[in-house]
Design a protein around this ligand. Structure first.
Ligand code: FE2
Length: 307
């Protein structure tokens, strides 16, 4: 078994398939901005509009750990949070911090920061005419959606384990398979609770439409998480999901990942995904068999209703 040094950034060779991203000139190899951006009044106002809209929608939809995190971090004070103030509280709770980056960053840099308990957050905020759709994650998605969950000790441990898993994914040249796991958990995961399914994925928490669709839509499948299966499942990055994966607890999520060597998965999967985003397998533990009506009507591009 390889021992990796997580304090040193992994350096994938040119043969590893990864997105090509052009680093801005003022950024060093860790891709960190020297400072959090100073937001103007209208940018803080965009945060406040999104915050208040999501807080209305997320009542009885988001998990308790998310609401507790928002409160612990004082995110209800209004405006984009000051990272220094956030980090004082967050680091005392789980050892994590949030750090500003200019844009999407390369996978190997992302793994390096997560493995060292740093969550990279976009330094920009969407414009007032882009409230519902942005091409790259901004500070609202990254901080409102992701950071409250990092106050939960088990979820925080999962995120660190996920970052550390990146070294092996690079070694096996299977970044896409590990990305699918992040997608279906950290971004679009659902939690089973005594009150019913609740949202913990940041991609849902920061989206008004998907907060409702993910829980109440007839179209999507809802399936219990199986890490091996998820890492073989394709996903859509520009539309509502066709399948959501459910966990019983963040301890389950952590153990399913941390105790996996992943070698057998990487040794047995091909270069492309085995299962379509809408696939249902005989071995799935299915909560909801979706109609897939939304995507069969053409999804977002066709103006289909998110039913
Ligand atoms: Fe995200």
């Amino acid at each position: 078994m390889t021992n990796y040094n997580y304090s040193v950034m992994p350096q994938p060779s040119k043969d590893v398939y990864a997105a090509c991203l052009k680093k801005p000139d003022h950024i060093t190899s860790d891709w960190l901005e020297p400072h959090q951006r100073e937001y103007c009044k209208s940018e803080h106002a965009v945060w406040d509009i999104l915050y208040s809209r999501q807080m209305d929608i997320l009542q009885d939809r988001a998990c308790d750990q998310f609401f507790k995190g928002l409160k612990d971090l004082n995110f209800d004070r209004g405006g984009v949070p000051d990272f220094n103030e956030t980090n004082e509280i967050l680091s005392s709770m789980t050892g994590w911090s949030v750090v500003p980056v200019p844009m999407l960053i390369p996978d190997h840099v992302f793994f390096f920061h997560l493995a060292n308990k740093r969550f990279p957050a976009g330094n920009f905020i969407r414009k007032p005419d882009q409230l519902d759709y942005i091409e790259e994650p901004d500070v609202f998605h990254d901080v409102f959606g992701h950071v409250p969950m990092l106050t939960d000790p088990s979820f925080a441990k999962y995120m660190e384990a996920y970052g550390k898993a990146g070294w092996k994914a690079i070694e096996y040249n299977h970044l896409k398979a590990l990305s699918a796991l992040y997608w279906y958990t950290v971004e679009f995961g659902l939690l089973s609770t005594d009150q019913g399914l609740r949202i913990y994925g940041a991609g849902i928490l920061s989206s008004a439409e998907e907060s409702i669709f993910s829980l109440q839509g007839k179209s999507p499948n809802r399936i219990h998480l199986n890490v091996d299966r998820v890492m073989r499942t394709d996903y859509k990055i520009d539309d509502l999901q066709q399948t959501y994966f459910v966990v019983d607890s963040f301890e389950e999520l952590f153990h399913a990942t941390e105790q996996r060597p992943f070698d057998d998965i990487y040794q047995n999967i091909g270069a492309s995904f085995q299962y379509a985003p809408s696939a249902l397998l005989d071995t799935d533990h299915v909560y909801t068999r979706g109609t897939q009506e939304y995507s069969l009507r053409g999804g977002h591009a066709s103006g289909a209703d998110p039913v």
